[in-house]
Design a protein around this ligand. Structure first.
Ligand SMILES: [Fe+2]
Length: 282
């Protein structure tokens, strides 16, 4: 395997983290339970003040804080939003994040925010569109950047590449990292009828710097990536499979809907930390 992206950029594995959500602004910075790092959705922290700023600053005093965006629109046809990238860059520096991330998708069209992370066609033309945009964002922000594999419910027409090859071409040509959402792999594999482990094997695993774990909703005909439940057993098994191949990488429990108690989310992080420790012992 070539030298990993994390190694080349001096990024160490941070352990198990959770997201700083509004419900946890007061309790999280004071928790006495184990926690290794915190992820924030930068769109919620671009304008700071009041309890938002207090929560962010208090977390930053204790942990690494990593911005994981939803608004970069790296794959859409619109020009990159200069104002957004400037404010994102300022936030990355403010929290001194070792890296930051967003999704390999599009989320804006003709200046309209779509409030969804929509899939790109798996084509060389899409690769050629995204790669210079990723390079521009990395140059503007000046920190390592990861793209996440999104969940999707319909394939964009015209695809000529396998999904794993599309991901590989983008991250290798842009020379960025991969945020591998293991729940998204599982949900996509079930919804589109492919083998999740074979998909993981086909990825450029030396570029995985972070992993997401989340819960989904099971409907009779489709799995919905809700981030609103515990991580299911099948996703834990796929996580173990992945970690055995990538080694221990920073892992986040994503919970964005029907958010339970802080303790319940930290329980999930404890379980991920246990898997990471097993891998380190191995
Ligand atoms: Fe994710």
């Amino acid at each position: 395997m070539p030298a990993s992206y994390a190694h080349r950029h001096g990024l160490r594995a941070l352990g198990a983290g959770i997201g700083l959500r509004r419900d946890f602004y007061e309790a999280l910075p004071r928790t006495e339970r184990a926690l290794d790092w915190v992820e924030i959705i930068p769109e919620n922290f671009l304008t700071l003040g009041g309890r938002t700023q207090r929560a962010l600053d208090a977390c930053r005093e204790r942990w690494s804080v990593l911005p994981h965006g939803v608004g970069l629109n790296i794959g859409g046809p619109d020009a990159l939003d200069e104002d957004y990238v400037s404010r994102l860059s300022a936030l990355v520096r403010r929290v001194d994040a070792p890296f930051f991330s967003d999704h390999l998708c599009y989320s804006r069209l003709g200046g309209v925010h779509l409030h969804d992370l929509l899939p790109l066609p798996f084509t060389e033309a899409a690769v050629e569109h995204v790669v210079p945009r990723v390079r521009e964002v990395m140059a503007r922000v000046g920190r390592p950047f990861l793209l996440e594999n999104p969940s999707y419910y319909a394939k964009m027409p015209g695809g000529t590449l396998a999904e794993a090859d599309f991901l590989r071409h983008v991250v290798e040509q842009a020379d960025c990292g991969l945020l591998l959402d293991v729940n998204n792999v599982y949900v996509n594999a079930m919804n589109h009828g492919y083998d999740a482990r074979a998909f993981v094997d086909a990825l450029p695993l030396e570029r995985v710097v972070q992993i997401h774990l989340a819960g989904h909703e099971v409907r009779p005909d489709v799995l919905i990536d809700t981030h609103g439940a515990s991580v299911c057993d099948e996703v834990w098994a796929l996580y173990r499979y992945t970690i055995a191949r990538t080694g221990a990488v920073s892992t986040l429990i994503e919970w964005d809907q029907d958010i339970p108690s802080l303790d319940a989310v930290l329980d999930e992080a404890d379980r991920a930390r246990g898997v990471l420790r097993e891998e380190l012992r191995r």
